[in-house]
Write a protein that binds this ligand. Structure first.
Ligand SMILES: [Zn+2]
Length: 313
């Protein structure tokens, strides 16, 4: 029987991959190749991995990591990886599983030592009670996957990655643990600054587009009182938007925070109707060019928030 064209293409791709792999034999002293699903995890892996690892992210920081368009280059990255680090909680479920399968890399399959889901280390909020479903397209069925937006969780993720790198390369364990300790110390110093900057605005009420900020809000004392999306992953509807406008007028909400990958049409309309300001806040490293690491992400967002709170006193 004749194979479908797609299957033939895939076989050819697999052959090319196999050739590339055989052309670059693994060396014992080579750097560990780490692939992360997001730039946030890549930033944390670089903090603890230093120059003993090569780190590449799949999703870009200005993309919605729930919905990433799969590209053949991702399969090649995964094919070569020694370690795959994921956010988990089904954040990547729409695009990652087929890529892992197609990578044909036994080292990073689910359940192997080269597959690391860092949600296990973190405080996860909004875990649904009762039956777990993706009812009405809710993309947070296992709890909120945007947990990296809180420095304590960032520290936990970094520690988990350091431990995993040490497991994979026991002879380099002291290096990774030292890098983690240094990162943790710098994070402690940065947290003091961030907490001080945000302290005057504790209790401020905001609306956000997507449910990206529960960990951030809890940490810095903000109250998220509404969302532009009716449910995570569901675009704004006229009836929900009207309810939101009425609530914001009643409660005098002055700030709408929007992730950079969402259309500003509805947030701007809500802003016009309520007098609230729209601020594009970054949920990820790489959301803007200058946001190149985990520290700069909080520096950037807190800088924007402080300015916005001052404008809307
Ligand atoms: Zn989400």
């Amino acid at each position: 029987m004749k194979k479908p064209a797609l299957c033939a293409t895939f076989t050819a791709t697999a052959a090319v991959l196999a050739f590339l792999l055989s052309a670059s034999p693994a060396q014992a002293a080579s750097k560990l190749k780490v692939v992360t699903t997001t730039e946030d995890l890549a930033a944390l892996a670089r903090e603890v991995g230093g120059d003993h690892v090569e780190v590449e992210a799949i999703a870009r920081g200005y993309q919605d990591s729930h919905f990433v368009e799969a590209k053949p280059s991702f399969i090649l990255k995964l094919n070569r990886a020694d370690l795959l680090i994921v956010v988990g909680l089904q954040l990547e479920i729409g695009w990652l599983p087929p890529l892992i399968t197609q990578s044909r890399n036994p080292r990073i399959q689910l359940g192997t030592p080269g597959y690391l889901d860092v949600s296990q280390f973190c405080e996860v909020l909004e875990i649904p009670a009762g039956q777990i479903t993706r009812a009405m397209g809710d993309v947070h069925p296992l709890g909120n996957p945007h947990y990296w937006l809180e420095p304590q969780n960032g520290r936990r993720i970094a520690q988990g990655i350091a431990n995993k790198l040490a497991d994979l390369r026991p002879q380099e364990a002291a290096y990774f643990q030292q890098r983690f300790q240094d990162f943790s110390n710098r994070l402690t110093a940065a947290e003091k600054v961030w907490d001080q900057r945000m302290a005057p605005y504790r209790g401020r009420e905001v609306v956000t587009y997507h449910r990206s900020w529960p960990n951030f809000a809890k940490r810095f004392g903000l109250e998220v009182v509404g969302y532009v999306e009716p449910k995570p992953g569901i675009p704004p509807s006229p009836s929900h938007t009207l309810e939101l406008i009425n609530m914001m007028r009643r409660e005098k909400i002055k700030l709408i925070l929007v992730e950079p990958y969402f259309d500003l049409k509805t947030p701007n309309a809500v802003g016009r109707e309520t007098g609230a300001q729209v601020v594009v806040l970054l949920p990820s490293v790489g959301g803007e060019k200058e946001v190149t690491d985990y520290f700069k992400l909080f520096d950037y967002d807190i800088g924007l928030l402080v300015a916005a709170f001052e404008r809307t006193k």
